[in-house]
Ligand binder design. Structure first.
Ligand code: ATP
Ligand code: MG
Length: 253
């Protein structure tokens, strides 16, 4: 069974950056590893960080299946929904990607969500890792469309508010998902003695800091130019920081 890794945290702290660099590192360190990346943020941009093109999101496709006329005559609806879900899988050499898409409109989505959960669970069996870039509101975690979480990275930027918010995200996740495995705090955009300055705030959260990612001019540059973070050079400080974090966690063992 795949190991599920989720990346959470409030808006703009560096979740997508961390997810993209984590995936880059996993592929670099372990040949032949199979990874499914799930972009669970309604404002999806993990694909850009990874340099992949997305044609359809799961939300779009599920919306289509709500129209009874869209279902071909004679095809059972669950088969149709599953067929649609398969269409949203972006396959590339290193990583496959699923994009959840925008918030769901009014009306009951229990049926497609149940199917989505089952589909993700089955699909996950085809991979060594499923990595989820979650949205700030944790909707897919609370709705349990993500079947389980073995390792969770809670991301905070270099501010006291960010750390407090990471603490709340942690409490929230523990409240809705008792079965979450290891949970680690990653502080991003650090400079100088940021970690020492934030030590008291961090201690209050009860979270274990697994590492920090320094403010990296190459990340800023790459984002400014609209280029994939996946293509950052090995020497980039952010890439090296994520490499350390991945080996500390021992995710690939
Ligand atoms: N280590 C870093 N060094 C410099 N800039 C960074 C770093 N990490 C993230 N950023 C910048 O911070 C901004 C937000 O990063 P990112 O998109 O990864 O955050 P996010 O948590 O995924 O945001 P959202 O909640 O909007 O999805 C981006 O402009 C990114 O370039
Ligand atoms: Mg993001």
């Amino acid at each position: 069974m795949a190991r599920y890794v989720a990346v959470a945290g409030k808006g703009g702290v560096g979740k997508t950056t961390f997810t993209a660099l984590m995936l880059r590192q996993m592929i670099k360190q372990k040949q032949g590893i199979s990874i499914l990346a799930v972009d669970a943020d309604p404002n999806a941009n993990l694909n850009e960080a990874l340099g992949l093109k997305v044609t359809a999101t799961i939300s779009d496709l599920l919306e289509e299946t709500k129209n009874p006329k869209a279902v071909p005559t004679g095809m059972p609806k669950d088969i149709f929904v599953e067929y649609k879900l398969q269409q949203s899988l972006v396959e590339s050499k290193d990583i496959d990607l699923l994009v959840m898409g925008g918030p769901q409109g009014p009306g009951c989505y229990c049926y497609p969500n149940d199917l989505l959960r089952k589909y993700l669970e089955n699909l996950g069996n085809n991979y060594d890792f499923v990595a989820v870039d979650t949205e700030a509101g944790l909707e897919h975690i609370s709705r349990r469309t993500i079947p389980h979480i073995d390792v969770m990275f809670v991301i905070s930027d270099s501010s006291a508010r960010g750390i407090r918010s990471a603490g709340r995200v942690h409490d929230l996740i523990r409240g809705i998902r008792a079965e979450v495995g290891e949970v680690y705090l990653v502080v991003t955009k650090t400079a100088g003695n940021t970690l020492e300055s934030l030590a008291d705030e961090i201690a209050h959260t009860g979270l274990k800091v697994i590492g920090d990612i320094p403010l990296d001019p190459l990340v800023v540059e790459q984002d400014l130019a609209g280029k994939a973070l996946y293509d950052l050079p090995d020497e980039a400080v952010s890439v090296q920081a994520v490499e350390k974090i991945i080996s500390r966690v021992g995710i690939l063992k």
